[in-house]
Design a protein around this ligand. Structure first.
Ligand code: HEC
Length: 107
């Protein structure tokens, strides 16, 4: 019986360690990924927002002033669209849009 108690105690710590490792892995996976964002930007945004070219009144994100707003503000505008800019709700997930925003911050 004494052996069981001694065996159980370290196992608790092993399980706790495994649980904390999973949390760390999940949080890493949720960080915005600018490389994925670049691929999505090329597919969905570059035709109108090609850096260095001003096309049909679409802001050039090369200029810092266009990016002087929070991720949540950009996310809202990209979700719902604005005048000639189409909305992306139902086309891109918030996760994908946040990846795109993290890429736009590298311009
Ligand atoms: C069909 C052309 C077109 C496409 C495609 C497009 N946009 Fe736009 N976008 C525009 C235009 C035009 C505006 C300016 C709207 C206005 O202010 O009247 C705009 C505005 C924006 C704004 C708002 C800037 C501000 O603060 O007012 C953001 C952010 C943005 N676009 C991001 C994106 C992203 C990210 C994508 C790809 C997922 C994208 N756009 C795809 C044309 C486009």
């Amino acid at each position: 019986m004494k052996e069981t108690v001694n065996d159980t105690l370290p196992l608790k710590y092993v399980l706790l360690f495994i649980a904390l490792s999973f949390i760390a892995v999940i949080q890493t996976a949720q960080a915005s990924d600018p490389n994925n964002g670049r691929v999505l930007y090329m597919q969905h945004c570059n035709t109108c927002h090609e850096p260095g070219r001003e096309i049909a009144g679409a802001p050039d994100f090369n200029y810092g002033s266009a990016m002087m707003q929070s991720d949540m503000s950009l996310l809202g505008k990209i979700r719902s669209g604005k005048n000639a800019m189409p909305g992306y709700t139902g086309i891109l997930t918030d996760r994908m849009i946040l990846d795109i925003i993290s890429y736009m911050r590298t311009f």
